[in-house]
Design a protein around this ligand. Structure first.
Ligand code: KIV
Ligand code: ZN
Length: 504
């Protein structure tokens, strides 16, 4: 039997972007929209055009560059909203207007100061008006989660008669239980006369941590579109996360459902959204969190090393993560230590391994995590395989309020000292520009993390940098009480490998 399709409606750029402090500019939104197209989403909700000129412009520009997915614009059930949305979609190859109105007791009486009859009428009028601009019109019944099912069914039937192609049943406040939400969808399937003329969509918020469970319950009960965001970002506790639903549908084959998501692009897209929105992903986030495929207890590590499936239900490569990680901590066993040492190219007799394991436990008691550098030292190796051929000898930075940051660096490169001075938009940027002008390599900094180890102002700043050169990623690390020096040292650490390994 052919699998049924579940359409992925991504609202990262609309509901997701409503997170305070995470606003994107038009260029960044286009970058995210392109990544979503590559990821294989079916519909991109690109914005709420009446809300601001920036949102309007983003919908226009995204419509110009995206070819495959439907481009959707949100409106209230207000004529002017719909006109502006239609105008913003004029370049879209496949435009959709998403209009709607609140249908719960709270929304009808305490937000819209209206009554149930008038709300049905406004919904119908909005759909008819949107239909005069585009063929594809989605209707949302805001706060459907808390709406009376009988009344909701009436509204939905009326808007489908008016031409709605998709009917969205949002759990706006994240209040429903999975069983309740599933029953609501089933109720609509069984009681709305014309329901076979529209697709039912889920739109679940995560206020009680049930967004994904509710969405899945909706799908199991007949919804065939899911409204989701990358990393589950969104208002308050967020929306349903795309990666979770996509991987549930991919992993639980007995559901006989499929999406067009190219799972291998999931991790990349998650990182892009997190970086552009400056919104870190919680480490234990399902599928894309730093620890989602990390194993730290000795029993689990031993189990995973014997056979990955012992403790993993998804192969990390499926979602674009290279491999599971075995974190070396005081709870790790010999199997994990041996495995990591072998990966680093060492092999030891049982007795030698026992000795290293004892030293390892001693060190692990005083450090949260043992990294490869520590292991090399433990194993009697030099601190770095690739000996640094670049060294920072001198760094002087002039910066402060009202000045253009300028940095001068002296670098020793294979025994010769080189100097350069450059400006930048901050002290780190100026210093890195100066280093770049000496090395003359085309590189892009993909990740730049500064982390304080404790909390005092005299703390060490640990810097981690990821630099891309000709499609290859190089990592640099450093730590110093001076975070500008640490940043430049981390860049030089990565560049040392670029210079050594890239061959040009
Ligand atoms: O949560 C919600 O109800 C919404 C609608 C505007 C679709 O985001
Ligand atoms: Zn929402």
């Amino acid at each position: 039997m052919a699998k049924e399709q579940v359409f992925i409606f991504d609202t990262t750029l609309r509901d997701g972007e409503q997170v305070p402090g995470c606003q994107l500019n038009t260029i960044e939104k286009i970058e995210v929209a392109r990544a979503l197209e590559e990821l294989g989403v079916d519909i991109i909700e690109a914005g709420f055009p009446i809300s601001s000129p920036g949102d309007f412009n983003s919908v226009v520009e995204i419509s110009k560059v995206i070819t495959e997915p439907v481009i959707c614009a949100l409106t209230r059930a207000v004529k002017q909203d719909i006109e502006v949305a239609a105008e913003s979609l004029k370049f879209a190859k496949r435009p959709r207007i998403h209009t709607g109105i609140g249908t719960s007791y709270y929304h009808i009486y305490h937000k819209l100061n209206s009554n149930p009859e008038a709300i049905v009428e406004r919904g119908v009028e909005a759909v008819k008006y949107a239909k005069s601009f585009v063929e594809d019109v989605e209707f949302y019944a805001e706060d459907a989660g808390r709406s009376d099912n009988k009344y909701l069914a009436r509204v939905i039937e009326a808007v489908i008669d008016a031409g709605a192609t998709v009917v969205n049943i949002p759990d706006t406040t994240g209040y429903t239980l999975p069983d309740e939400y599933g029953k609501k969808i089933r109720y609509l399937k069984e009681h709305v006369r014309n329901i076979d003329r529209a697709i039912i969509s889920t739109h679940c918020h995560n206020d009680l941590g049930m967004a994904t469970a509710n969405t899945m319950s909706g799908v199991i009960n007949g919804a065939r579109q899911v409204e989701v965001t990358i990393n589950g970002i969104g208002e308050r506790a967020g929306n349903t996360s795309l990666e979770e639903v996509a991987m549930i549908l991919k992993s639980r084959k007995h559901l006989d459902l499929q999406t067009r998501i190219n799972a291998k692009k999931i991790y990349r897209t998650s990182r892009l959204v997190s970086t552009l929105m400056r919104m870190p992903v919680q480490p234990n986030k399902a599928i894309v969190g730093r620890n989602a495929f990390a194993h730290s207890s000795g029993i689990h590590q031993d189990g995973v090393l014997k056979r990955r499936e012992n403790y993993e239900i998804i192969n990390p490569r499926t979602v674009g993560i290279n491999e599971s990680s075995i974190l070396l901590t005081a709870r790790s066993g010999r199997a994990a230590l041996k495995h990591r040492l072998e990966k680093l190219g060492y092999s030891f007799t049982r007795e030698a391994l026992d000795r290293i394991y004892d030293k390892f436990l001693e060190l692990a008691d005083s450090k949260k995590e043992i990294v490869d550098e520590d292991l090399k030292v433990l194993a009697g190796s030099s601190a770095r395989d690739i000996k640094r051929n670049l060294h920072l000898h001198h760094l002087q930075v002039l910066c402060g309020k009202g000045t253009t940051p300028v940095a001068t660096v002296h670098i020793e490169w294979d025994g010769t000292t080189h100097s350069a001075t450059a400006e930048g938009n901050g002290p780190v940027d100026a210093s890195i520009n100066a280093v770049k002008s000496i090395l003359n390599k085309k590189v892009r900094i993909e990740e730049f993390l500064i982390q304080a180890i404790t909390r005092g102002s005299d703390d060490l700043g640990k810097v981690h940098m990821q630099v891309e050169h000709k499609g290859v990623v190089y990592y640099g690390f450093s730590a110093s009480t001076d975070i500008i020096t640490a940043s430049v040292e981390a860049f030089i650490d990565a560049m040392s490998q670029v210079v050594k390994l890239s061959g040009s």
